[in-house]
Design a protein around this ligand. Structure first.
Ligand SMILES: Cc1cc2nc3c(=O)[nH]c(=O)nc-3n(C[C@H](O)[C@H](O)[C@H](O)COP(=O)(O)O)c2cc1C
Length: 279
Protein backbone atom coordinates (compact mmCIF):
# COMPACT_ATOMS: atom_id res chain seq x y z
CA UNK A 1 0.00 0.00 0.00
CA UNK A 2 1.31 3.42 -0.92
CA UNK A 3 0.00 6.81 0.22
CA UNK A 4 0.91 10.20 -1.20
CA UNK A 5 0.09 13.38 0.71
CA UNK A 6 0.15 16.72 -1.11
CA UNK A 7 0.11 19.70 1.21
CA UNK A 8 0.52 23.42 1.34
CA UNK A 9 1.83 24.97 4.56
CA UNK A 10 2.46 28.68 5.08
CA UNK A 11 4.10 28.53 8.50
CA UNK A 12 4.64 24.85 9.30
CA UNK A 13 1.43 23.66 10.96
CA UNK A 14 0.14 21.69 7.99
CA UNK A 15 3.66 20.42 7.27
CA UNK A 16 3.80 19.12 10.86
CA UNK A 17 0.45 17.31 10.54
CA UNK A 18 1.54 15.75 7.24
CA UNK A 19 4.78 14.52 8.86
CA UNK A 20 2.82 13.05 11.76
CA UNK A 21 0.58 11.17 9.36
CA UNK A 22 3.58 9.85 7.48
CA UNK A 23 5.22 8.62 10.70
CA UNK A 24 2.03 6.84 11.73
CA UNK A 25 1.58 5.21 8.32
CA UNK A 26 5.21 4.10 8.30
CA UNK A 27 4.86 2.67 11.80
CA UNK A 28 1.91 0.63 10.51
CA UNK A 29 4.00 -0.67 7.61
CA UNK A 30 2.47 1.52 4.89
CA UNK A 31 4.66 3.55 2.52
CA UNK A 32 3.85 7.24 2.61
CA UNK A 33 5.33 10.16 0.70
CA UNK A 34 4.54 13.71 1.78
CA UNK A 35 5.26 16.53 -0.62
CA UNK A 36 4.85 20.29 -0.50
CA UNK A 37 2.89 21.43 -3.56
CA UNK A 38 5.41 24.25 -3.93
CA UNK A 39 8.13 21.70 -4.68
CA UNK A 40 6.53 19.44 -7.25
CA UNK A 41 5.58 19.77 -10.91
CA UNK A 42 2.62 18.35 -12.79
CA UNK A 43 4.42 15.30 -14.18
CA UNK A 44 5.65 14.22 -10.74
CA UNK A 45 2.19 14.75 -9.25
CA UNK A 46 0.68 12.46 -11.91
CA UNK A 47 3.36 9.83 -11.32
CA UNK A 48 2.94 9.90 -7.55
CA UNK A 49 -0.85 9.63 -7.82
CA UNK A 50 -0.49 6.78 -10.30
CA UNK A 51 1.86 4.88 -7.95
CA UNK A 52 -0.38 5.34 -4.88
CA UNK A 53 -3.64 3.81 -3.84
CA UNK A 54 -4.52 6.40 -1.18
CA UNK A 55 -4.06 10.12 -1.74
CA UNK A 56 -4.10 12.88 0.87
CA UNK A 57 -4.51 16.63 0.48
CA UNK A 58 -3.76 19.05 3.35
CA UNK A 59 -3.91 22.82 3.70
CA UNK A 60 -4.37 25.63 6.26
CA UNK A 61 -7.77 27.29 6.43
CA UNK A 62 -8.02 30.96 5.52
CA UNK A 63 -11.44 32.42 6.34
CA UNK A 64 -13.05 28.96 5.92
CA UNK A 65 -11.49 28.83 2.45
CA UNK A 66 -8.55 27.11 0.76
CA UNK A 67 -5.29 28.97 0.08
CA UNK A 68 -5.15 30.11 -3.56
CA UNK A 69 -2.11 27.89 -4.15
CA UNK A 70 -4.09 24.80 -3.15
CA UNK A 71 -7.04 25.81 -5.33
CA UNK A 72 -4.69 26.13 -8.30
CA UNK A 73 -3.04 22.82 -7.49
CA UNK A 74 -6.37 20.98 -7.40
CA UNK A 75 -7.67 22.71 -10.51
CA UNK A 76 -4.61 22.37 -12.71
CA UNK A 77 -2.08 19.85 -11.39
CA UNK A 78 -4.14 17.24 -9.58
CA UNK A 79 -5.00 14.51 -12.12
CA UNK A 80 -8.41 13.09 -12.91
CA UNK A 81 -9.31 9.71 -11.50
CA UNK A 82 -10.44 7.58 -14.42
CA UNK A 83 -12.12 4.42 -13.26
CA UNK A 84 -9.43 3.77 -10.65
CA UNK A 85 -10.30 2.82 -7.13
CA UNK A 86 -7.94 5.23 -5.42
CA UNK A 87 -9.22 6.78 -2.23
CA UNK A 88 -8.83 10.37 -1.12
CA UNK A 89 -8.55 12.02 2.28
CA UNK A 90 -8.53 15.76 2.91
CA UNK A 91 -7.43 17.52 6.06
CA UNK A 92 -7.18 21.16 6.97
CA UNK A 93 -5.42 22.84 9.85
CA UNK A 94 -7.05 25.67 11.70
CA UNK A 95 -6.80 27.74 14.82
CA UNK A 96 -10.36 27.14 15.91
CA UNK A 97 -13.06 26.77 13.34
CA UNK A 98 -13.75 26.42 9.63
CA UNK A 99 -17.20 24.82 9.39
CA UNK A 100 -16.71 22.78 6.22
CA UNK A 101 -12.97 23.43 5.78
CA UNK A 102 -12.05 19.99 4.42
CA UNK A 103 -15.05 20.01 2.08
CA UNK A 104 -14.81 23.41 0.44
CA UNK A 105 -13.42 21.95 -2.79
CA UNK A 106 -15.56 18.81 -2.81
CA UNK A 107 -17.30 19.75 -6.08
CA UNK A 108 -14.05 20.59 -7.86
CA UNK A 109 -12.60 17.25 -6.72
CA UNK A 110 -15.78 15.39 -7.71
CA UNK A 111 -15.57 16.94 -11.19
CA UNK A 112 -12.20 15.20 -11.49
CA UNK A 113 -13.67 11.91 -10.35
CA UNK A 114 -12.58 12.06 -6.71
CA UNK A 115 -14.81 11.42 -3.70
CA UNK A 116 -13.62 12.34 -0.23
CA UNK A 117 -13.50 9.15 1.90
CA UNK A 118 -11.95 10.69 4.99
CA UNK A 119 -11.77 14.29 6.16
CA UNK A 120 -10.45 15.97 9.29
CA UNK A 121 -9.98 19.41 10.81
CA UNK A 122 -6.86 19.58 12.95
CA UNK A 123 -6.55 22.40 15.46
CA UNK A 124 -3.11 23.99 15.48
CA UNK A 125 -1.60 27.19 16.93
CA UNK A 126 -2.71 30.47 15.43
CA UNK A 127 -0.30 31.90 12.87
CA UNK A 128 -1.99 35.30 12.32
CA UNK A 129 0.13 37.83 14.18
CA UNK A 130 -0.56 40.99 12.18
CA UNK A 131 -1.01 44.14 14.23
CA UNK A 132 -4.16 45.15 12.36
CA UNK A 133 -5.98 41.93 13.39
CA UNK A 134 -4.70 41.31 16.90
CA UNK A 135 -5.84 37.69 17.37
CA UNK A 136 -4.08 36.12 20.32
CA UNK A 137 -1.16 33.92 19.37
CA UNK A 138 1.58 32.24 21.30
CA UNK A 139 5.23 31.38 20.89
CA UNK A 140 5.31 29.79 24.34
CA UNK A 141 6.86 26.34 23.84
CA UNK A 142 4.80 24.73 26.60
CA UNK A 143 1.49 26.00 25.22
CA UNK A 144 2.41 25.01 21.68
CA UNK A 145 3.50 21.53 22.83
CA UNK A 146 0.22 21.06 24.69
CA UNK A 147 -1.72 21.85 21.51
CA UNK A 148 0.54 19.57 19.45
CA UNK A 149 -0.01 16.67 21.86
CA UNK A 150 -3.80 17.01 21.57
CA UNK A 151 -3.67 17.26 17.80
CA UNK A 152 -1.24 14.34 17.57
CA UNK A 153 -3.84 12.15 19.30
CA UNK A 154 -6.48 13.26 16.82
CA UNK A 155 -4.13 12.55 13.92
CA UNK A 156 -3.49 9.09 15.30
CA UNK A 157 -7.21 8.29 15.41
CA UNK A 158 -7.57 9.65 11.89
CA UNK A 159 -4.65 7.57 10.59
CA UNK A 160 -6.20 4.44 12.10
CA UNK A 161 -9.44 5.17 10.25
CA UNK A 162 -7.53 5.50 6.98
CA UNK A 163 -5.50 2.34 7.63
CA UNK A 164 -8.57 0.32 8.51
CA UNK A 165 -10.53 1.77 5.55
CA UNK A 166 -13.26 3.05 7.83
CA UNK A 167 -14.75 6.24 6.44
CA UNK A 168 -14.51 9.21 8.80
CA UNK A 169 -15.96 12.51 7.65
CA UNK A 170 -15.80 15.96 9.25
CA UNK A 171 -17.29 19.12 7.76
CA UNK A 172 -19.75 17.55 5.32
CA UNK A 173 -23.06 18.37 7.02
CA UNK A 174 -25.41 21.14 5.91
CA UNK A 175 -24.81 22.87 9.23
CA UNK A 176 -21.00 22.80 8.73
CA UNK A 177 -21.47 24.13 5.20
CA UNK A 178 -23.70 27.01 6.38
CA UNK A 179 -21.26 27.94 9.14
CA UNK A 180 -18.35 27.77 6.70
CA UNK A 181 -20.24 30.04 4.29
CA UNK A 182 -20.79 32.62 7.01
CA UNK A 183 -17.02 33.11 7.15
CA UNK A 184 -16.13 32.32 3.55
CA UNK A 185 -18.62 34.76 1.99
CA UNK A 186 -17.18 37.92 3.57
CA UNK A 187 -13.64 36.54 3.28
CA UNK A 188 -13.97 35.98 -0.48
CA UNK A 189 -15.46 39.44 -0.94
CA UNK A 190 -12.61 41.07 0.98
CA UNK A 191 -9.85 38.88 -0.48
CA UNK A 192 -8.98 41.12 -3.51
CA UNK A 193 -8.30 43.98 -1.12
CA UNK A 194 -6.65 41.90 1.63
CA UNK A 195 -4.16 40.41 -0.82
CA UNK A 196 -2.96 43.89 -1.73
CA UNK A 197 -2.21 44.95 1.81
CA UNK A 198 1.35 43.69 2.24
CA UNK A 199 4.09 46.32 1.88
CA UNK A 200 7.76 46.51 2.79
CA UNK A 201 9.13 49.35 4.89
CA UNK A 202 12.18 50.41 2.88
CA UNK A 203 13.71 52.12 5.91
CA UNK A 204 13.71 48.92 7.95
CA UNK A 205 14.38 46.39 5.18
CA UNK A 206 17.96 45.08 5.01
CA UNK A 207 17.37 43.54 1.54
CA UNK A 208 18.31 40.07 2.82
CA UNK A 209 15.89 38.66 0.21
CA UNK A 210 14.39 35.98 2.43
CA UNK A 211 10.80 37.18 1.95
CA UNK A 212 11.23 37.03 -1.83
CA UNK A 213 12.75 33.54 -1.62
CA UNK A 214 10.02 32.06 0.57
CA UNK A 215 6.94 33.74 -0.93
CA UNK A 216 4.76 30.93 -2.35
CA UNK A 217 2.92 33.07 -4.89
CA UNK A 218 5.72 35.16 -6.41
CA UNK A 219 4.07 38.24 -4.91
CA UNK A 220 7.35 39.75 -3.74
CA UNK A 221 10.19 40.79 -6.02
CA UNK A 222 13.33 42.84 -5.69
CA UNK A 223 14.68 45.49 -8.04
CA UNK A 224 17.24 48.29 -7.73
CA UNK A 225 14.86 50.30 -5.54
CA UNK A 226 14.02 47.62 -3.01
CA UNK A 227 11.40 44.93 -2.47
CA UNK A 228 7.94 45.37 -3.96
CA UNK A 229 4.66 43.49 -4.20
CA UNK A 230 2.62 42.44 -7.21
CA UNK A 231 -0.75 42.30 -5.43
CA UNK A 232 -1.00 38.51 -5.70
CA UNK A 233 -0.44 37.69 -2.02
CA UNK A 234 -2.25 34.56 -0.80
CA UNK A 235 -2.18 35.69 2.86
CA UNK A 236 -0.01 32.83 4.13
CA UNK A 237 1.79 35.38 6.43
CA UNK A 238 5.14 33.69 5.85
CA UNK A 239 6.95 36.92 4.88
CA UNK A 240 5.38 38.81 7.80
CA UNK A 241 6.20 36.14 10.38
CA UNK A 242 9.70 35.30 9.16
CA UNK A 243 11.15 38.72 8.28
CA UNK A 244 14.17 38.93 10.62
CA UNK A 245 13.69 42.68 11.19
CA UNK A 246 9.89 42.86 10.91
CA UNK A 247 10.06 45.16 7.90
CA UNK A 248 6.95 43.57 6.35
CA UNK A 249 3.88 45.67 7.05
CA UNK A 250 0.27 44.60 6.89
CA UNK A 251 -2.23 47.38 6.18
CA UNK A 252 0.67 49.77 6.66
CA UNK A 253 1.32 48.58 10.22
CA UNK A 254 4.51 47.07 11.54
CA UNK A 255 4.50 44.12 13.93
CA UNK A 256 4.17 45.44 17.48
CA UNK A 257 7.38 44.63 19.38
CA UNK A 258 5.47 44.20 22.64
CA UNK A 259 3.64 41.17 21.19
CA UNK A 260 7.00 39.36 20.93
CA UNK A 261 8.29 37.62 17.82
CA UNK A 262 5.61 36.43 15.39
CA UNK A 263 4.61 32.76 15.26
CA UNK A 264 7.38 30.79 13.56
CA UNK A 265 6.12 27.25 13.27
CA UNK A 266 5.09 24.44 15.58
CA UNK A 267 8.60 23.09 16.24
CA UNK A 268 11.98 24.85 16.37
CA UNK A 269 13.34 22.81 13.45
CA UNK A 270 10.67 24.10 11.05
CA UNK A 271 11.92 26.63 8.52
CA UNK A 272 9.81 27.81 5.58
CA UNK A 273 12.63 26.83 3.23
CA UNK A 274 11.69 23.18 4.00
CA UNK A 275 8.42 23.58 2.11
CA UNK A 276 8.98 26.60 -0.16
CA UNK A 277 9.74 26.29 -3.87
CA UNK A 278 13.42 25.70 -4.60
CA UNK A 279 15.01 28.70 -6.29
C1 LIG B 1 -5.31 34.68 6.36
C2 LIG B 1 -5.60 33.64 7.41
C3 LIG B 1 -6.91 33.28 7.68
C4 LIG B 1 -7.19 32.31 8.66
N1 LIG B 1 -8.48 31.93 8.87
C5 LIG B 1 -8.77 31.01 9.80
C6 LIG B 1 -10.12 30.58 10.01
O1 LIG B 1 -11.04 30.99 9.29
N2 LIG B 1 -10.35 29.69 10.99
C7 LIG B 1 -9.36 29.18 11.78
O2 LIG B 1 -9.66 28.41 12.69
N3 LIG B 1 -8.06 29.51 11.57
C8 LIG B 1 -7.75 30.43 10.61
N4 LIG B 1 -6.44 30.78 10.39
C9 LIG B 1 -5.37 30.12 11.15
C10 LIG B 1 -4.65 29.05 10.32
O3 LIG B 1 -5.55 28.30 9.54
C11 LIG B 1 -3.86 28.06 11.20
O4 LIG B 1 -3.01 28.70 12.08
C12 LIG B 1 -3.11 27.06 10.31
O5 LIG B 1 -2.81 25.92 11.08
C13 LIG B 1 -1.83 27.59 9.69
O6 LIG B 1 -1.23 26.54 8.98
P1 LIG B 1 0.21 26.63 8.30
O7 LIG B 1 1.21 26.89 9.41
O8 LIG B 1 0.41 25.27 7.68
O9 LIG B 1 0.20 27.73 7.30
C14 LIG B 1 -6.13 31.71 9.40
C15 LIG B 1 -4.81 32.08 9.10
C16 LIG B 1 -4.53 33.03 8.12
C17 LIG B 1 -3.10 33.39 7.83
Amino acid sequence: MQTAVFYFSGTGNTWWCAQKLRELFHAAGRDCTTVSIEQIDGEDVRQLVQDSDTIGIGYPIYGSDLPETMKKFIESLFPEQKGDSKKLFVFCTQLLFSGDGAFVYRKELARKGWDIYWSAHFRMPNNICVTEMPFPYTTDRKKIDRRLRKTARKIEVFSQAVLSEQAVITGASKCSHSLGLLQRGPYRRMFPKLRNDITIDANLCTRCGRCVAICPSGNLYEDGDGIHTRGICILCVRCYNYCPVQAVLYMGKRHKARRGVPYRGPVPEYKPELTARKS
